[in-house]
Design a protein around this ligand. Structure first.
Ligand code: F3S
Length: 405
């Protein structure tokens, strides 16, 4: 691989042992993939920082790096953790088992990341942060967290591969990643057209199953070209999260949304997807019995989700089923300003509002089989893997279930 003088100096240890180590990992992976050079990044986002995901080995690695003096070279944000920092006990209400080891391990992870200079945003939607929205299109970044990668590439025009958490951290420390995959123009040219023919715009549950359908049919690393009408931002987000959960794609070229131009004709096949096939797949996932918990906020909710949920609950009796919504601390603060009444209404309706975390990265579901319903395909995908009974439906239908009509 071609390396610049500066990169040679970093590898030689002129910027300290931690940066040398981090860059050597990035170079090794790039070499294995056949990358010709490295590229400087503008931002990094690290996933896999819940103690439940990385355990003691992960804590030791992060502490080892922090002790070595590792510092991030670019602005670095991080994914959600296993509990709400201020109110860990809030997850008791949904039966998550948080023991002392988990809490201590999680705190050590946060401390090590803070020592390295990462910004503890604790959210899987870094694309809503103002500093990310300001990045010029075409900026190279190194992100872990599949939904963020899909959103960054497909909606914001950023360039990132699907990095694992450790590799995103190495890129953050070295300030570089290998110039390969979705960093290259040619690999961003769409292949195969998916034309979605439906009368009404997709709701978030239908968009989720559409994500599964395309992930299954599109056996290619280049992005699929998707022609579909999404009802709103929430629905688009759920589609991209589903596409990332059900397959290994890092980008979709979405008609009217993806900011890059396309040169020439799109190669591959054309697939027409109709309303019937989406509905048939969604029916397979719809609740067949009343859930015990309704989970909203995967990927992390925004103040718009808060307002929407409050509107649906406004004229209804108190829900008979526990509803939990998860979001970032930053978005919660935003909601305090621009959706204060909605937040208040959710509290009056006993909706659990958890920041910094989500059910998937928390120790939820260890108390045995629980029936969960969600409007997120990604949540359905991961909670089902945990052996829980999970169903999927649009928010409107979930609220009907929770309030008895
Ligand atoms: Fe985010 Fe948790 Fe879903 S990290 S994308 S809310 S699985």
């Amino acid at each position: 691989m071609y390396l610049t003088r500066e990169e040679e100096r970093i590898l030689g240890g002129e910027h300290g042992p931690a940066k040398a180590k981090a860059l050597s990992v990035v170079v090794k992976v790039g070499d294995a993939l056949g990358a010709e050079k490295l590229v400087e990044i503008r931002h990094a986002h690290i996933s896999g920082i819940s103690y439940g995901t990385i355990g003691e080995h992960g804590v030791s690695l992060l502490e080892y790096l922090a002790d070595m003096g590792a510092k991030v070279s670019v602005e670095t944000t991080v994914n959600p953790i296993g509990f709400d920092i201020d109110t860990p006990e809030i997850l008791d209400e949904v039966g998550a088992i948080l023991d002392r080891d988990f809490i201590n391990g999680q705190k050590r992870i946060l401390k090590a990341l803070r020592r390295m200079g990462a910004k503890l945003t604790l959210t899987c939607t870094p694309y809503y942060l103002p500093e990310i929205r300001k990045l010029p299109k075409g900026s190279h970044v190194a992100w872990g967290e599949s939904n963020a990668i899909l959103y960054g590439n497909s909606v914001l025009g950023l360039r990132t591969n699907r990095e694992g958490g450790p590799l995103a951290l190495m890129a953050a420390i070295s300030g570089r990643t290998y110039f390969w995959g979705l960093h290259l123009d040619d690999n961003r040219i769409p292949f195969n057209i998916f034309n979605v023919e439906i009368e009404k715009p997709l709701n978030e549950a239908s968009a989720g199953v559409l994500g599964e359908m395309i992930a299954t049919m599109h056996n290619e690393l280049r992005p699929p070209y998707v022609k579909a009408v999404f009802r709103d931002e929430i629905t688009l987000r759920e589609f991209l999260a589903a596409l990332g959960a059900a397959g290994s794609l890092g980008m979709a070229y979405i008609h009217g949304i993806t900011p890059e131009g396309i040169r020439g004709r799109i190669e591959g096949e054309r697939y027409d997807i109709d309303e019937y096939s989406i509905r048939r797949l969604l029916e397979k996932y719809m609740p067949s019995s009343p859930p015990e918990i309704i989970f909203i906020g995967c990927p992390h909710a925004t103040s718009e989700d808060i307002r929407r949920l409050a509107n649906l609950l406004k004229e209804k009796p108190k829900p008979k089923i526990k509803i939990i919504i998860t979001l970032s601390r930053i978005e919660f603060m935003r909601a305090l300003t621009n959706a204060r009444d909605s937040l208040q209404l959710l509290r009056e309706k006993n909706v659990i509002i958890a920041r910094d975390t989500c059910l998937i990265v928390s120790p939820f579901g260890r108390k045995g089989k629980i029936n969960v319903a969600t409007n997120s395909y990604k949540a359905l995908f991961y909670l089902s893997k945990r052996g829980l009974n999970v169903s999927l439906a649009p928010l409107e239908e979930l609220i009907q279930l929770a309030t008895g009509g």
